[in-house]
Design a protein around this ligand. Structure first.
Ligand SMILES: [Zn+2]
Length: 494
């Protein structure tokens, strides 16, 4: 820590003690020494976005008589005033009806987290970044392609956390995202698209070296260009019930929308009803509900190379790897410390034993809420994509979302994907366009009958999950194997 930061840390610790002396049961502070984000986008070869921002500041929470107060400032010379405002807000909140908040006991933690990075992208000259994107753009170019884009974005955050229990955490986050797409109208005039996102198998590092690795990104340009041509020439997927094989590029969204969001404790308690929605999951379901088939093992996991891995959450709790759904049974939910007491009181039992280390805020001026971390599906034992295709009589392989519609309680869903490959008698036959599938969350997950082995598993990044009021955009990851679902409703009836 430098001198300035040492002085700020000393001021925060003095204020945390003062809050306890004033009658608060808990207080904490997150100081962002840096919150840098950069985005570069080429659209049809032209530089459309060149965005670079940096934010610094502190966010303070105080818990007084069961009510939260929050305040934030970018003026790091006025830390005591920020604590005063947070305390005044908590006092005001005590006058509002609500379930009294209680952080429960926790051992103080001291720790540090650094993500695996070889080359910091913020040290790479913009000209080198543009050269990489231009090289990929050149490979996307084709007479049959009407529009193309390629984009890279980077985040670097230095966050210091302290609370009134003595926890002190110092962590960095560094994330790298990449995406490319080609688009063209089909003979009916409908725009078709094929996309590729920067991906990996969960190992490796998170810096510039990742996006610069052709195997992880650039080398896929030619493939998506060719696949777009196949989509343009294809017929629309005929409606009918058939097996659906989701590649990780689509499986991640299925997990995100029908497992991840459904298992956020604040949604289960109804705190997100006015914005993001609720959940079909009830507190009494924890430990009992059959969410999916025996093949379904979902966890809030730790994946080294993922934006959903951060060492400690925004309440200073060390990140844990734990099952949400084990052999198809719902065993846990995504939680922070904040709502555990309320959830267990309402359940009439200890339904959730400890924080799910899912307290996350998108900036110093937002409060932490229950967020997804890495919501992964464990790899199974059903082999590669080719093995699963070979075992399928009548089905489709689907990849990459183009549209999604989900009931606010996450009970029903309807997804459209970029591409479908028909599977007949164990062989991929032809490409269809405009594929869709829909179903009921529990029925669908109970129809999971093949789960690919580790070589089929890969990490999909989500840079833009939206939740909260005011809205918070959060980044996370999903480690997903190839998955087959039996007898699913697909396509649109006339
Ligand atoms: Zn989301």
């Amino acid at each position: 820590m430098n001198t300035e930061l040492n002085q700020q840390a000393a001021a925060v610790k003095t204020e945390l003690k003062r809050m306890l002396d004033t009658g608060c049961s808990f207080a904490d502070a997150r100081l962002y020494g840096e919150d840098r984000s950069e985005r570069l986008t080429l659209y049809d070869g032209n530089l459309e976005t060149n965005y670079d921002a940096n934010e610094r500041g502190i966010g303070v929470r105080t818990l007084y008589k069961g009510a939260w107060g929050f305040a934030a400032t970018a003026d790091l010379s006025s830390i005591p005033a920020c604590f005063d405002r947070a305390f005044a807000n908590a006092k005001a909140a005590t006058m509002l009806p609500g379930f009294p908040k209680d952080m429960g006991p926790a051992q103080p933690t001291k720790g540090q987290y650094r993500p695996p990075v070889k080359q910091d992208p913020f040290e790479v000259p913009t000209s080198d970044k543009l050269a990489l994107l231009s090289g990929i753009d050149a490979q996307l170019k084709d007479d049959a392609v009407a529009h193309r884009y390629v984009t890279a974005s980077f985040q670097r955050r230095m966050i210091f956390y302290w609370n009134s229990e003595g926890t002190e955490v110092d962590r960095w986050q560094l994330n790298t995202f990449g995406s490319m797409a080609v688009m063209a109208p089909d003979p009916q005039g409908r725009t078709q698209r094929r996309t590729m996102e920067l991906f990996c198998n969960g190992d490796g590092t998170r810096g510039w070296e990742w996006i610069a690795d052709p195997a992880a990104f650039g080398a896929h340009a030619e493939r998506i260009r060719k696949e777009l041509a196949e989509i343009i020439a294809a017929e629309t997927l005929p409606p009918g019930r058939r097996d659906v094989i989701l590649l990780p590029g689509q499986g991640f969204l299925q997990v995100h929308e029908t497992i991840g969001h459904a298992l956020e404790l604040d949604r289960i308690l109804g705190y997100e009803l006015s914005f993001a929605g609720g959940s079909h999951v009830r507190l009494e379901h924890i430990g009992k509900l059959r969410y999916g088939s025996d093949k379904l093992n979902a966890r809030a996991g730790i994946v080294a190379n993922s934006p959903g891995t951060f060492g400690f959450d925004d309440e200073g709790t060390p990140q844990r790897d734990y099952y949400l759904i084990e052999k198809g049974i719902l065993v846990n939910v995504l939680s922070s410390r904040t709502d555990l007491a309320e959830a267990n009181a309402k359940a009439g039992r200890i339904a959730i034993k400890e924080s799910g280390t899912a307290a996350r805020a998108c900036a110093f001026y937002r409060t932490p809420i229950d967020r997804m971390t890495n919501i992964n599906i464990d790899a199974g034992e059903d082999g590669t994509l080719e093995d699963i295709v070979a075992a399928t009589e009548d089905g489709v392989v689907l990849d990459v979302p183009v549209s999604w519609s989900i009931g606010s309680n996450r009970e029903h869903f309807h997804f459209g994907t970029e591409i479908a490959w028909e599977v007949k008698n164990g062989k991929r036959t032809k490409v269809y366009k405009n594929p869709t599938y829909h179903g009921h969350t529990l029925e669908f997950w109970n129809s999971l009958d093949k789960v690919g082995s580790k070589p089929s598993w890969c990490l999909q990044q989500v840079p833009n999950c939206g939740k909260g009021e005011p809205n918070q955009i959060m980044e996370l990851g999903h480690g997903i194997p190839v998955m087959r679902f039996h007898n699913v409703e697909t396509g649109e009836k006339e």
